[in-house]
Write a protein that binds this ligand. Structure first.
Ligand SMILES: Cc1ncc(COP(=O)(O)O)c(C=O)c1O
Length: 494
């Protein structure tokens, strides 16, 4: 039997169903098919209880009759059964379905699925990733012109990373004020794998991870897959809120503190130097390792002020600091990232990297070794476009959705928008019918809070941003005119 009441909130089931409204036929049949597929694939397990008809109707922004008809059809097909006094459940079957590969309670489900499926006809807000920088093509031509026989002179298995790339990454951190040797660097398959390896090293035993709220859903799933318990701490204008952080560290003795100091995803906040100092002090006092994810480090607006150095520059040996980096600002498609940290931790991560894939491809690493020394220059060149796209989106939203609010980001690639009222889970359902896949804020908070928020990426072509806001405005108008009236109070913008 599956876990009981995983879907008591209809929003959890809505996340599993994903883009269920596209396609022909009446709405109730589309819902029927989506639920039947979810049961067939094991995303909802035999014996699991589904939300009540009223709750699911509210979460999907459909009439109760639509859900009643879908449940009834599924009972006729033998997919669901109603048990006296215990609601509607998925029918037990002879052979259990295979595991569907999702993390139970996972919050990155929609984001991962969209990467697997591709965007299709929707404007999907699941990813804030950007197109590749032209410097990648230059570096590739340069690499091809040079003799690569040196690379071919050994078998090419380097689980710690290609020596010249480890050297380049070490020099990059040294230039940022964190003296680093190549032995303190491990090359990974994107920052994503870096996070997987670090959580594998630190979260061997059931452990607690303190995370910012909001945070980045795939990373919450990485911690969940390691069976960690997640404890959220809110943000303010300067980063993770220090007073609450202090209380949480004292109460929970976590195994890790996960933060995004240099351009938080999704809030776009740059952690101040004072706050970095304070976070480092608190981590040292409580003996907690810091995992700083600076995947967006080179995604600033280039407005003169250099970001403070990484948190690693503020910490001593008393607070182990692991820094994760990415080439998001150049091209995520290179799938190269890294971990910077004490040599002993790097060694342990390297063993797990060897277990996972024996090492990242050498040609890509040689290419990236040519790009890392140019990171500052590439970030600077792209910053003008970043600023321009951000203000274009802000202008469109102000004009067409004047009651939505947000704090203008310090950098990054999205706006973290607060709806004036109501739930973004419900709004996401209406937006789908207007051709936009919205990722509601509840998926970015381990407790499901922040459900009145959504992340809107701005690094898209101007025509797409215009169309996006037009569709969002149409969906919002519809929600206000016809939608469920469970609106909550006005909320602050972080
Ligand atoms: C905060 C954060 N960390 C890590 C990653 C993963 O980065 P990569 O593409 O290098 O694996 C992302 C990707 O969006 C991210 O937003």
């Amino acid at each position: 039997m599956g876990e009981v009441d995983r879907f008591a909130r209809g929003a959890e089931l809505a996340a599993v169903l994903g883009n269920w409204t596209q396609g022909p036929g009446p709405l109730y049949l589309r819902l029927t098919d989506a639920l039947a597929t979810a049961a067939g694939e094991g995303a909802v397990q035999p014996g699991e209880r589904l939300p009540s008809e009223r709750e699911l109707a509210r979460s999907l922004a459909v009439s109760r009759a639509t859900v009643v008809s879908a449940y009834s059809e599924l009972r006729d097909r033998g997919v669901l059964e109603r048990r006296q006094g215990s609601g509607t459940r998925v029918a037990a079957r002879g052979r259990p379905p295979r595991d569907d590969g999702r993390v139970r309670g996972g919050q990155g489900t929609v984001i991962f699925q969209r990467l697997i499926d591709g965007p299709g006809p929707l404007i999907s807000l699941a990813s804030a990733a950007e197109d590749g920088a032209p410097e990648v093509a230059d570096a590739l031509r340069d690499l091809a012109r040079h003799d690569i026989s040196g690379l071919l002179a050994d078998p090419g298995y380097h689980p710690r990373g290609l020596p010249e790339l480890r050297q380049a990454i070490a020099a990059y951190y040294t230039s940022l004020g964190v003296p680093t040797g190549a032995e303190e660097v491990l090359v990974t398959a994107g920052a994503h794998q870096a996070l997987v390896l670090v959580s594998d090293v630190y979260l061997r035993n059931p452990s607690t991870v303190v995370v910012e709220a909001p945070s980045w859903p795939p990373c919450l799933d990485i911690f969940r897959a390691a069976n960690a318990r997640l404890v959220p701490v809110p943000l303010d204008d300067e980063g993770i809120e220090a007073r609450q952080l202090s209380a949480v560290l004292a109460e929970h003795s976590p195994g890790l503190l996960y933060v995004m100091p240099t351009y938080h995803n999704p809030a776009g906040i740059l952690m101040s130097a004072d706050r970095r100092r304070r976070v480092a002090e608190l981590a040292a006092r409580h003996g907690v390792a810091i995992l700083e994810d600076n995947a967006y480090a080179d995604c600033g607006f280039g407005d003169g002020a250099e970001p403070p150095p990484p948190l690693a520059a503020y910490t001593s040996a008393a607070a182990e600091t692991i820094t994760v980096g990415s080439l998001k600002a150049v091209w995520g498609g290179l799938r190269i990232g890294w971990v910077r940290g004490p040599a002993g931790i790097i060694e342990r991560c390297a063993r797990r990297k060897a277990l996972a894939d024996l090492g990242s491809p050498v040609i890509e690493q040689a290419l990236v070794a040519r790009l890392v020394p140019r990171l500052g220059e590439i970030a600077e060149r792209r910053s003008a476009l970043r600023r321009e796209r951000c203000s274009l989106l802000e202008g469109l939203l102000r004009e067409q959705l004047p009651d939505w609010s947000w704090r203008s980001p310090d950098g990054g690639s999205s706006l973290w928008v607060a709806l004036p009222e109501g739930s973004a889970d419900v709004f996401a359902q209406l937006a789908l019918r207007h051709g936009v896949e919205v990722i509601p804020g509840s998926t970015m908070d381990p407790t499901g809070a922040h459900d009145g928020y959504l992340r809107v990426p701005f690094m898209r072509p101007p025509e797409e941003l215009a169309e996006l806001v037009r569709r969002l405005a149409a969906a919002w108008t519809e929600l206000r005119r016809y939608g469920p009236r469970d609106y909550g109070p006005l909320r602050p913008v972080i």
